[in-house]
Each structure stands twice: as structure tokens, then as C-alpha cells.
Write a protein that binds this ligand. Sequence first.
Ligand SMILES: O=C(O)CCC(=O)C(=O)O
Ligand SMILES: [Fe+2]
Length: 332
Amino acid sequence: MPATIPILDLGPLLEGRPGALEALGAELRRAFTEVGFYFVRNHGVPQPLIDAAFDAAARYHAQPLEAKLAMPFNEHNQGYLPMRGNTTRMNAVDGIKKPNMNEAVFFKRELPLDHPDVLAGKRFRAVNQWPANLPGFRETALEYAGAMEKLGKTLVPIYAAALGLPHDWFDDKFREPMFTLRMTHYPQQEPTSAEDEWGLAPHADTSFMTILAQNKVPGLSIRLPDGTWIDAPALEGCFLVNGGMMLRRWTNQLFLATPHRVTNRSGQERYAIPFFMDCSYDAVMAPIPTCVSKTNPARFQPFTYLDFMSEYSGANYGERGRSAAGVELQGA
Ligand SMILES: O=C(O)CCC(=O)C(=O)O
Ligand SMILES: [Fe+2]
């Protein structure tokens, strides 16, 4: 159903054609008020780098379990979350009871050990954990994250255009975006497994923007505002982009944070690499002026990434003691 999810062609923008940003802005506004997802094509990210990232994800998850558990998921949302290690609770779309059938590893921006935020122990500003015996893995992951960050920064002015803001309106808020690179492995689920056993249960992301590399193995579906679920098709050469709860809140609920879910009954192993991007650590998200009116007054107090993520993962974190394994972390 490729017609349902709009496709934005970045070619004219990357070539610097006049009017490209306004045209894309109008398309993005429609995408985020009607669907909550869009594809980007002609995005400029080389296919060999995307292939290398998928290869790295498969190599990571093929390691012995002990090697993966040696870099345990921590309070900064970095590290390895084992299979069935989490249940979608905080942003569950329906009552979700079964743990997710995936394993995932999470990385954030690479910070040096002597970075002031690391030394100060700021939450979500810690050093990454890397696998000890996977030559080239770290380099590939960082190169891919760098390409995603560049693409994300290219997309941000389109959001400004879509919202009727000056094109540089977001620039100072995205000077050093927060991001999380997630490499997920969805094992094959038995065709006979329970219908409510999900690879990843229905959820909305937390992020401002999620850029998902196109998967060769299908399994993702999204819930349109009218309640119908449609498959997100694999479009060659495209990324699939969606918005999460922070985008929705910042836009005073103008833009959608569309629920989506994954199931893998394809008979093959499935890997996915979402890149969740947010504004800088210290940027304040106050209701965007063009999204507030007499009929739609501001619906929330200004907040930061830390405020949102602490509120989001804090409750379950406390419940489960030192383990964060009970928290589902889309957009972490
Ligand atoms: O696996 C996918 O295609 C999507 C993954 C996803 O929604 C997430 O990690 O938040
Ligand atoms: Fe998601």
C-alpha cells in the first residue's frame, strides 16, 4: 500500500533547488497530521553503509549470550537487552502482558571518558559499551550513526517549514542532538505462537524523529488514525521516518505519534536498526508558537529530554530495583 504512506523526495533539497523546503514542508505536514509516517528517498546515505550496519547488527547478535550480557543495559539506556527482557508498559496501546520477542543493543553519542557530562554522571550522557571481540563493529556503528545524524539534521528544517516557522527555528535546539541507535534482532516466531506474542508490542516511540532503515524482512505495521492497521512496505532505497511522543507534545498535539508493532512470522531472522533523534540535552521544548491558538491552548509545561525520559522510564525503573529490563524503550 505504498500510496498510504507519503514518500518525500529529498533530491531537490539536497541539490539546493529554490522552493524545495516549502514543498517538502507541505508534504511533511500532511504526512504528520494524517499518517504519522513518511518515507524519504534520494536521502544521500550510501547503500553500502546501510548494508554494513545490518551486517554489524547480525554479527553482534550472533555472539555467544555471555558476550552480549557483558555489556548490560543500564540506566542511561545503553547496552544489551536480552530476549523477552522487556514488556511494553509505559506507552502500551492496548493491555500488553507478554514480553517482547526481540533482543536489542543500544548506543548513544560517543562521549570521551573525560567529557564534563560523563564526569558529572549526568543521566543519558554516559560512555558507550562496545563488544570486545567484534573487529570493525564500533567503527561501522559510529559511521552509521553519524550518517543518520546528518540526515536527521537535513530533515529538521522541513519540520520548521511544515509548522510555518523560520527555516532555522530548530537550529539552536538541535546543535548536538541526543540520539539512540538501536540494533534489534527478531527471531522467527512460530506460526502457531499466541496472537498477542509480539516481536515488539504496539507502542508509540518517545522520540522527536525515528529514522528506520528499510528492512528486507517484513513485519512492521502501523495504526492509522481511523484505527486500521496497515503493513509498512519495504521500499527499495528509502528510509521510513516517524514521529514520537516528544514531537507530539512539542507540537501541542498537532503532529501524530502513530502506534506501530512488529511481528516476525516470516520464517527468517529479522533485524531492524531504528535511529531515534531528539533535540540537544539542554534544549527546552515549550509549545511551538505556531501550534498554539485560542482554540488549541498550550497543553503542557516546557520540558527537556531529561525531564521526559526520566518521567517515562523512572516509574518502572524504581519498581524493578537496579534493573531497567521491565521498561520498553522505544526512542530511548
Ligand atoms: O522493527 C521495526 O521495523 C520497528 C522497530 C520499532 O518500532 C522500534 O524499535 O521502536
Ligand atoms: Fe517504534
